[in-house]
Ligand binder design. Structure first.
Ligand SMILES: Nc1ncnc2c1ncn2[C@@H]1O[C@H](COP(=O)(O)OP(=O)(O)O)[C@@H](O)[C@H]1O
Ligand SMILES: [Mg+2]
Length: 222
């Protein structure tokens, strides 16, 4: 099984980001998407997650259960959420409307909180955590989801060495279980860890992006 991105076209307003873009995201593997600032890594993840819609082309099959760890999650700091709330939220989307959040869900959330080393802080508010603790919690929220495709946008930003190791262990587990993992990154360790790399290419600042030839967006698989 694999997710095939074919003929993808997308622009933010009049700024083209992808034009006739192809890529393959295999199940059972970790794929890194690399490229300079503004090359479209976050945009690709958001398109795969269905958060934004492509102007042309498609990802096939459409991921029925994507789990996305977005690059920016500061918005949740305005909410009075604890670590535990935040991880449990990751499971809500998978619950049928007639089934309440039960003991098994509570246990799975608490186990994941433990795995990311946040058990001691489970009742702490998200806004009161350090950047790395916060990121560990967001990783738990993402990885607790029973998804087919895991999308992580620069997930090791703010993580210490131990945090990276547990992130890698979780990603490898999902891949070994036959899930597809796609991670946007600049990080050398993450690139080395990945089984496959999609390179979105050169640094594209916005001013250039609006005038560059569409072919510049074409990836190369390293
Ligand atoms: N919400 C937005 N509105 C307008 N332009 C955007 C928006 N998000 C991203 N862009 C532009 O799209 C391009 C790709 O951005 P992005 O996918 O965030 O890049 P990366 O994650 O590789 O740094 C950049 O030129 C960026 O300025
Ligand atoms: Mg980005």
């Amino acid at each position: 099984m694999e997710y095939a991105v074919r003929g993808l076209g997308f622009g933010h307003g009049r700024t083209p980001v992808f034009d006739d873009f192809d890529a393959t995201i295999p199940a059972g593997a970790v794929t890194a998407v690399i490229g300079g600032n503004g090359s479209g890594k976050s945009t690709l993840l958001n398109l795969c997650a269905g958060v934004i819609r492509a102007d042309a082309g498609a990802i096939s099959p459409v991921p029925s259960r994507p789990a996305l760890l977005a690059q920016r999650t500061e918005h949740i700091d305005g909410l009075p959420l604890t670590v535990r709330d935040c991880v449990r939220i990751g499971m809500y989307g998978q619950l049928p409307p007639w089934r309440p959040f039960g003991a098994a869900n509570r246990r799975a959330a608490d186990e994941m909180i433990e795995r990311v080393g946040m058990a001691k802080y489970r009742d702490a508010r998200m806004r009161d955590l350090s950047g790395g603790q916060r990121q560990r919690t967001m990783i738990a929220q993402t990885m607790v989801q029973p998804a087919d495709l895991y999308l992580l946008d620069e997930p090791s930003a703010a993580l210490d060495t131990a945090g990276r190791q547990l992130l890698f262990a979780l990603l490898r587990e999902k891949a070994d279980a036959g899930k597809a993992v796609l991670m946007a990154t600049h990080d050398g360790d993450e690139i080395a860890f990945a089984d496959q790399v999609i390179n979105l290419g050169r640094i594209a600042i916005r001013a250039e992006a609006s005038t560059r030839a569409p072919r510049d967006a074409e990836p190369s698989i390293v």
